[in-house]
Write a protein that binds this ligand. Structure first.
Ligand SMILES: *[C@@H]1O[C@H](CO)[C@@H](O)[C@H](O)[C@H]1NC(C)=O
Ligand SMILES: *[C@@H]1O[C@H](CO)[C@@H](O)[C@H](O)[C@H]1NC(C)=O
Ligand SMILES: *[C@@H]1O[C@H](CO)[C@@H](O)[C@H](O)[C@H]1NC(C)=O
Length: 252
């Protein structure tokens, strides 16, 4: 078991909310690379197999609310599945990653989704992520097919590249927006840890600041998050955009 990210960030409690994420999916689809790119802003081309679970944390701001994302990256091997299951229950979000150049990893998404639905809490927010979209020539799963799957299953979807950092920040922040929206709408109680959320030391200050705002401000704040996102397909990118032509194969 190892961890990544800024040590100070890990113990810092100066946030309004903490959201727990879990990253699941087959082996070698780039789960650890996505986490490392998000936390440390770097890419590793060598594939080190994750043993058990790795952890990373980072504080982001959405609508000026400080949010700490606590992210658990799980091993894709079958032998670790039972360990992984124990993390589902207390996760606010589950990111299911496949590799766009490995059809099999996409076909297994349905298993990962079933597993998470069965073991997770009722309000868990899903995002399907097709990683390695820098390897266009080796693509085996079209954007359209994955989008259709996501729509049919009413989960969000986007393609990413841990190598080029394409959509990496977006995948984590989009989920945070949806979870924040669920809190603002009272769908998730931020004080109930069974939803994979927690309040931090800035929570009281935040409550005071919103109660001081006028009703109009509050309305505007809520409108920044699109209600359509909740439990629905999220179109976040276009397959034709920003696809690079790298041919070199890496783990991510
Ligand atoms: C937390 O939420 C769960 C699921 O909705 C519920 O069963 C439980 O009673 C809640 N706990 C508290 C302390 O509110
Ligand atoms: C909110 O308003 C009260 C009374 O007007 C004030 O004392 C307090 O400092 C304000 N809080 C914030 C966070 O602005
Ligand atoms: C592929 O890797 C080789 C050797 O490491 C390097 O010289 C070349 O520039 C790389 N090509 C691309 C497109 O990254």
């Amino acid at each position: 078991m190892s961890s990544t990210g800024n040590l100070n960030d890990k113990f810092d409690t100066s946030f309004v909310y903490l959201f727990k994420y879990i990253i699941i999916g087959d082996m070698a689809v780039g789960k650890s690379c996505l986490l490392m790119q998000f936390i440390d802003k770097r890419f590793r081309s060598k594939h080190d197999v994750t043993i058990g679970v790795e952890f990373g944390a980072r504080i982001i701001r959405i609508q000026n609310v400080a949010l700490k994302l606590s992210i658990w990256d799980t091993a894709g091997q079958e032998s670790f599945r039972s360990i992984t299951r124990s993390y589902y229950r207390s996760s606010a979000a589950a990111i299911i990653v496949y590799d766009i150049t490995k059809r099999n990893s996409f076909e297994n998404v349905v298993k990962w989704l079933d597993d998470a639905r069965e073991n997770g809490n009722k309000q868990i927010t899903f995002l399907l992520v097709g990683n390695k979209n820098d390897l266009e020539q080796e693509r085996q799963v079209s954007f359209e097919e994955a989008k259709q799957f996501a729509q049919d299953n009413e989960i969000g979807f986007m393609e990413t590249s841990a190598k080029t950092n394409y959509n990496v920040d977006q995948m984590f922040t989009k989920l945070a927006e949806i979870i924040l929206f669920k809190i603002q709408k009272g769908i998730i109680d931020p004080k109930n840890e069974s939803f994979g959320v927690r309040v931090g030391s800035e929570y009281q200050k935040y409550l005071a600041s919103i109660s001081n705002d006028s009703k109009q401000d509050e309305k505007e704040k809520n409108q920044k998050v699109d209600p359509q996102l909740e439990g629905k397909y999220v179109q976040l990118n276009d397959p034709a955009v920003e696809t690079t032509k790298q041919k070199n194969k890496t783990c991510c």
